[in-house]
Design a protein around this ligand. Sequence first.
Ligand SMILES: Cc1cc2nc3c(=O)[nH]c(=O)nc-3n(C[C@H](O)[C@H](O)[C@H](O)COP(=O)(O)OP(=O)(O)OC[C@H]3O[C@@H](n4cnc5c(N)ncnc54)[C@H](O)[C@@H]3O)c2cc1C
Length: 486
Amino acid sequence: MNVLVIGSGFSSLASACYLAQKGYSVTILEKNAEIGGRARQLKKDGFTFDIGPTFYWMPDVFDRFFNDFGKSPEDYYKLEQLNPGYEVFFGEEDSIKVSSDFNEIKETFEKEEKGAASALQGFIDLAEDNYNIAIKDLVYKPGESPLELVTAKTVTKVGQFTSTIRTQVGKKLTSPKLKSILEFPVLFLGAKPSNTPGFYNFMNYADFKLGTWHPHGGMYMVIKAMEALAVELGVKIETGANVIGFEFEGNTVKSVQTSTKSYTADIIVSGADYHHTETLLPETFRQYKESYWDKKVFAPSALLFYVGFDSKLDKVSHHTLFFDTPFDDHAYEIYDKPNWPKKPLFYASFPSITDDTAAPKGKEAGIFLIPIAPDLEDTPELREKYFDMIMTRFESLTNQKIKEKVLFKESYCVNDFKEDYNSYKGNAYGLANILLQTAFLRPKLKSKKVSNLFFTGQLTVPGPGVPPSLISGKITSELVEKHFKI
Ligand SMILES: Cc1cc2nc3c(=O)[nH]c(=O)nc-3n(C[C@H](O)[C@H](O)[C@H](O)COP(=O)(O)OP(=O)(O)OC[C@H]3O[C@@H](n4cnc5c(N)ncnc54)[C@H](O)[C@@H]3O)c2cc1C
């Protein structure tokens, strides 16, 4: 049976690999010239940047993916655990490094607040329990029914679905710095800590206990690994194949049109943004109205800069967060009253600190990310204004000259997300994981209106992030198998 997979992001590549392994004949259709979707790579003047994801968290999920094919990540790329995992700046030369060793993290917490080490231990024990329930089991469910969430273990956790990360952390600690470190991981889920169920504290276990890793060569090496695996399994990959429509017989897709060609298909799996895929269908076959999407809480978009520096920088770590301004004000401007933030938090990654492939010798590669509300106005002037703003802050927070070291910068923002990925409102990370957008409450993996159309990726189950995208590809392939046995 013939499957066409739209897109070549993590979720599409994962579903293609699983489907090929099950015996389907799989072709990937990717609109862009390169594969990888949001995880593509930018190369310039000897510098190499990951365009999208940079944090390799939950290594067990990557292991599980490759193990499913009798492989391991090390068959394809070299992994290194970062120490510190990351560093957080709170003011001028005032930062906390989050060690790769949990006992050292506890010492750091205790120094900051008396009693914080044991509070943290209790919090992480709970988070570990949730991680084991969530990642080993729940997130691999297809989100077809609420009953999937009801197990002997989860019934004891109901309170954690109604409480939030914000309240949980607030009960354990008083130091604003420590609280913001514990609230940081849920930002990957795309929502505010005050709107994210406490159960998601399993992200803190992933952070402090499973660690932050770096694939030598960058996150794009994971894409290359999956491409190699897909090709080994017989998947065909076509780039420059922009899907523009479908032909139907009844409620079944018979062929897929790209700008240049038509492809016949028995089954379609779309890993392109869910909303975009639905707009390619005649209205009668769309499951969700525009008003549905408009009411959803989307994860932020982002303004990104990829910067080549002409020498090494001081006093920063591979992953560095600049939390020197109030997070709640910035979050208000992302989620409540969408606007360009007055004093944004920002994140920076300097992969060349640990990876010599990221920059020429003696130079530094910097990736800067400011989370912003989706669909904001995006102009060259605004990009410039924010570049200057964060470089000025970066200089004063780390007390060093930065601007004069800039060799070049490239930027990426809302308009690029729309143009490159057909992303709804230019979102960067998909649909947020708030309570009402969890599991069976997310857009479905199988179309209710088109008999042979399936979805995968960060707008469906289980949610945003690279590990969830790998999982999404797997569960979609299982649904395909359930409905279309070979
Ligand atoms: C800036 C940024 C930073 C991030 N940081 C992290 C991080 O540190 N760690 C982490 O785990 N996650 C991170 N994420 C999230 C993670 O990258 C995403 O959740 C994941 O890559 C999404 O994969 P996907 O397969 O769902 O979608 P995508 O990667 O968007 O893939 C969709 C694909 O569909 C293609 N497509 C769209 N329309 C068509 C069409 N009509 N025809 C053919 N092809 C089409 C697109 O070109 C694209 O290749 C980050 C994301 C961004 C943007």
